[in-house]
Structures are given as structure tokens and as C-alpha cells.
Design a protein around this ligand. Sequence first.
Ligand code: NAD
Ligand code: UDP
Length: 312
Amino acid sequence: MKKILITGGAGFIGSNLCENLLSEDNYIYCLDDFTSGSKSNIQEFLNNKNFEFIKHNVINPIDIMVDEIYHLACPASPVYYQKDPIKTLKTSIWGINNMLELALKYNAKILYTSTSEVYGDPLVHPQKESYWGNVNPIGIRSCYDEGKRAAETLLTDYRRAYNINAKTVRIFNTFGPKMAQNDGRVISNFITQALDNKDITVYGDGSQTRSICYVDDTISGLRTLMASDFKGPVNIGNNKELTINEIAELIIKLTNSKSKIIHLQLPSDDPKKRRPDLRTAKENLNWEPKTDLIEALNTTIQYFSSNKCIEL
Ligand code: NAD
Ligand code: UDP
């Protein structure tokens, strides 16, 4: 039985990953400090004999004997990572340092969840892994973007120095069940607003784009990378690009909502375009997203309209 550590395991992607890995013969250590995750996301696993929760802040070192580490701990929503930017940056930099030391000590494989934000407000479109990005080092998103970039650097240097089995995935906007209702991201905001027939808050003129990926596809990407010899960095996401206005209209339609779209101020440094180039994933992992967008949105809407939906 493999011993697997999932940091950030009580968050959106982490709790879906716990569920996925528990369906096979694995022992899961789920580590989290509830910065932007919730106990309700992991409640259903707490009685599973192959699941152990550890309340811990990854800024501090930890010693557990493990075979694999999925290192996800870090708030992902701009609203949450900007609440305490100093902690966000320390979480990325000291967190990866502590996890790399753990991987080194136990010769464990480690997979780090980086982000499309390493490309910043990209000047190259779609974004391929060889693009170095266009990131403001001192803006309101920098605590997240630069933290993720520095973590990629440290991971790569540990691999060069110690030849550890360390991998980087750059996740593009992912959505699905177990996102917190009030975490401020576009899909959770729009679905919650539409279900309540409240105004849909589009920031700016809504012409900025994102490419949204269903969580099951993202998880299959993470697992395929972990199981392969490939080290990345590799983009994982969906390459169907939509404007924020199109996403708003789609969600209004799928929820039969009476909501109206209103426009609020665009936050600074908000990337204007985002779409992954997925050729590296296809060529090296034979991975591509499979879930139909409408089906994925309907499943997520159903989750948000159920009483299982969590608030932070
Ligand atoms: P999330 O905020 O739902 O989950 C992150 C989890 O990490 C939370 O449970 C939080 O409490 C925990 N955490 C934060 N700081 C911590 C700390 N110092 N110590 C211990 N635990 C801590 O976010 P998510 O969407 O599940 O994202 C998971 C990972 O994937 C993050 O690293 C994020 O940067 C990356 N990612 C996500 C997306 C996306 O669209 N969801 C896109 C790109 C990258
Ligand atoms: N956005 C929006 N209204 C909202 C939340 C987000 O228009 O209520 C926009 C945001 O300005 C950005 C896009 O949706 O252009 C995606 O935002 P999110 O916070 O989900 O993730 P990001 O990709 O910016 O990290």
C-alpha cells in the first residue's frame, strides 16, 4: 500500500484528489491548516481507516515517512491569496522547501501544483511551457505568482542537485464540486449569484478570457504525471477559451436564472487572455481533457444547489 501525502488536502482540488486516491489501495495523509479549505470537504473520509488528517501549516517542517507527495497547499483564489499576502508567499516558498526536504529524506516522488499564473498577463497566446511569462513582481497578485515561480525554481534546483523525482504541473482554471461557495472565483461566484437570482458581477468589460477545466480532468492529469517518467513543467487544463461575458451568459442559461449582468471594476494585473497549449501533455503523457463543458457545469450547478455546498 502506497503512503501518499496530500498537502492542501481539505481544499477544492485536494479533497477531490483524496477521494480519487482512496478509491485505490493507498494510505492518505491529508495535511491542511484550513486557510482556504474546510473540514466539511473531508468529513466523509474521516472514518476511513486509510485516511489520516493532519492539521499543519506547511510553512513549518514536518516528518512523515511517505512514498509520494502531492504538494497543493496554497490558497488559489485571488480573494483568498490576497487576504494575507505575506503568508501566501511564505506558504509557497517555505512550503516547497519543507516538502522537498521530506522527499529527499524518504526518497519520495513529489508533484508540485504550480499555475498558469506563472505566465502572468501573457504576451504569448496560447501559453506554452517554454514561455517565461509577463509577471509584475510587486503587484497585488505577485505574492501568488512570484511564490509559485520561486517554488518551481527551488524544485528544479533540488532535482539538479540531488536527482530527486520532482515534477511540476501548471494548472489552468479548474472548477467543480467542493469549490467553496464564497471563495471569490469566477465560477463559484457566478453560479451562486445565478442560483440566487442576484446580479452577476463581471469585472471590467468581461472581454478577458479564461479556459476552464473540470476537476476530474485536472486530477487525471496530476495522476498521469505522477505515474509517468516525465518531470514537466506541463500545462494541465482545457483549451476551450471563453470570455468572462460568455461564461456569465452560459451560467445564466444553465440555471434558468433571472440574474442580470453588472460590470464592476477590473482588479489590477488581471490577465487579459489565458489558454493553455496542451501539446506537451498530449505528447508526453498522452493526456487531454475529456469532460464536456456543459455536463461539467451542470454537475457543478447541481452541487452548488445542494446543501452539501460549503462556505469558508
Ligand atoms: P484551495 O484554496 O481550495 O485549496 C488550497 C488548500 O491549501 C486549502 O485547503 C488551504 O487551507 C490549504 N493551505 C493553504 N495554505 C496552507 C498552509 N500554509 N499550510 C497548510 N495548508 C494550507 O485551492 P485549490 O483550487 O484546491 O488549489 C490547489 C492547488 O492547485 C494550489 O496550490 C493552487 O495554487 C493550484 N492551482 C489551482 C488552480 C485552480 O483553478 N483551482 C489553478 C492553478 C493552480
Ligand atoms: N471575475 C469576474 N467576476 C467575479 C469573479 C471573477 O468577472 O465575480 C473575473 C476575474 O476578473 C478574472 C476571471 O473572472 O478575469 C477569473 O477570475 P478568478 O478569480 O476565477 O481566477 P483567475 O484566473 O483570475 O486567477
